[in-house]
Ligand binder design. Structure first.
Ligand code: ZN
Length: 496
């Protein structure tokens, strides 16, 4: 075995240490590396000073080493009593060297299968790799040790932090409670007024004159569709609410529930609703300069069924829509949206999202996970003068140079600096969970186009709520477009 002596004083471990751990890991995966209390592990640096944060080698060469050191650090976290179970089944893991605390969930929902099989952590390393981090390993280690102790009838082990105990100050988040309270209590009234303002800007086609009942105006149709989604009611039960809104003058007529369904079924509605999502974000353009992109699914009640010739049986799967969004990281407003085929790749959706956002906003930074790491996406952001914080795939190289190479070097050599910006990405997940919590994570519509339009209506409702919240919190004036914009770049002229 080739032995190499490390001479870099920054590295906390020697290559001998690493070789020892790797050999131990290979010979007995579960115990030697994790339960090896008298392990031959000498720490020369502090606990946060790891190979992964200081190494200058490419990530592909680093990965194996980083994992072994992670296992060792996980054992240390476990042994030094840093993993505390929470009443809700999650765990709090306290850093050994700082006042940071991370939440580990071993039963998080897997967005691909809907099962509770995903392990998550709130630390930056997990955020970046979406992979098992030292905190998750530490919790698994504690659970494994406790199971083993229980089987052998041993008493519960004392896990007392050694050395100087670190004080963990409770993090306080700045939340403007009076503003929040005011925004929440007035939300519905403000919502109807803003939705009505928005719809009044839509310039629809001339109404057809002829025999029979004239069709409702486009403004009335959009109002009804969005208000219905906001109310969460089924078409028939929603009728009373819409009649009340008409009495209050928010809408010129209360269209029937079948009229709402027809509007959502129309494929021409898609473009209108998509541009309304962007339009409803514009009042916040003074607040947002950093953005994040990601995709998520909304499920439908219906099943897709198909015959699998290979296995000779029928398959059924919940039908769903895949939604790609870009969101402002401060207010969680959705600035652009694309809805693709459910199995489409994420990466090609990024340039159109960035382009649509850049029309109304100044993008200084944009973050996305490694599924979006492509030259095209870096180029798209460079073209609009934005700094990309898109995680690199493990096999990435400095490649074609330019901004890509510059960010790649930041990613490899100044990981903390990269993570500080990249961490904003988690806001796009908050945006999806806000929308799903408030307006539901499934759609009522049955056809593909209606499902897409219904999701767009949810996003419009979400944006209006963000605008209301910000109006109370930051004192912005919720105007969807100025007079000048209305004449020049108004995108709300529609010809059905
Ligand atoms: Zn972690």
């Amino acid at each position: 075995m080739r032995r190499k002596v490390d001479t870099n004083p920054l590295l906390p471990f020697t290559y001998d240490d690493i070789l020892y751990i790797i050999t131990a890991e290979k010979s007995n995966t579960s115990d030697a590396a994790i339960n090896n209390v008298g392990g031959k592990m000498h720490r020369r640096g502090d606990a946060e000073c790891t190979l992964s944060s200081h190494s200058t080698t490419a990530p592909s060469e680093r990965k194996g080493i980083a994992v072994d050191i992670q296992i060792e650090k996980a054992r240390e976290l476990a042994d030094r009593g840093r993993c505390i179970p929470n009443p809700d089944g999650t765990w709090s893991v306290f850093s050994l060297t700082s006042a940071n605390r991370y939440k580990v969930n071993l039963n998080a929902m897997n967005p691909k299968t809907g099962g509770r099989t995903r392990r998550t952590c709130t630390c930056p390393a997990f955020e970046l790799d979406q992979d098992c981090c030292k905190h998750i390993r530490a919790v698994l280690c504690v659970k494994r040790q406790e199971d083993a102790d229980r089987k052998q009838g041993k008493p519960q082990r004392d896990r007392i932090p050694d050395g100087e105990p670190i004080k963990f100050p409770r993090k306080t988040y700045k939340q403007d409670w009076p503003a929040y309270e005011a925004a929440q209590t007035n939300e519905k009234a403000e919502f109807l007024q803003l939705l009505s303002d928005l719809c009044n800007m839509i310039q629809g086609p001339e109404r057809k004159r002829g025999r029979g009942r004239p069709s409702a105006s486009l403004a009335d149709q959009v109002f009804a569709a969005c208000y219905k989604v906001y109310s969460g009611f089924s078409g028939r039960r929603f009728t009373t609410d819409l009649r009340d809104a008409a009495d209050k003058g928010h809408v010129s007529e209360a269209i029937s529930y079948s009229g709402i369904a027809r509007f959502l079924e129309d494929k021409e509605s898609y473009q209108l609703l998509q541009s309304l999502v962007t339009q409803t974000a514009l009042p916040l353009k003074g607040l947002e300069t950093k953005f994040a992109a990601d995709s998520s699914g909304f499920s439908a009640c219906k099943f897709d069924r198909w015959y699998d010739a290979k296995y000779g049986r029928m398959h059924a799967e919940h039908s769903w829509v895949k939604v790609h969004i870009m969101t402002g990281v401060k207010t969680n407003v959705v600035t652009a949206v694309e809805i693709s085929h459910k199995n489409a790749n994420d990466s090609p959706m990024f340039p159109p999202l960035a382009k649509a956002t850049a029309v109304g906003f100044k993008i200084e930074e944009a973050s996305a996970d490694k599924a979006y790491a492509s030259y095209e996406n870096y180029d798209a952001l460079e073209a609009i003068g934005a700094t990309p914080y898109i995680a690199f795939k493990i096999q990435a190289t400095e490649g074609k140079g330019g901004l890509w190479a510059k960010m790649y070097h930041t990613f490899c050599l100044q990981k903390e600096e990269f993570l500080r910006h990249y961490h904003q990405r988690s806001n796009v997940e908050s945006t999806f969970s806000m929308v799903k919590r408030k307006f539901g994570d499934s759609v009522r519509s049955k056809t593909d186009i209606a499902m897409k339009n219904e999701v767009l209506a949810k996003l419009i409702c979400h944006n209006i709520c963000c605008v209301i919240q910000s109006a109370y919190e930051f004192g912005i004036e919720p105007i969807f477009a100025t007079e000048a914009e209305r004449d020049t770049k108004m995108i709300l002229k529609f010809h059905f």
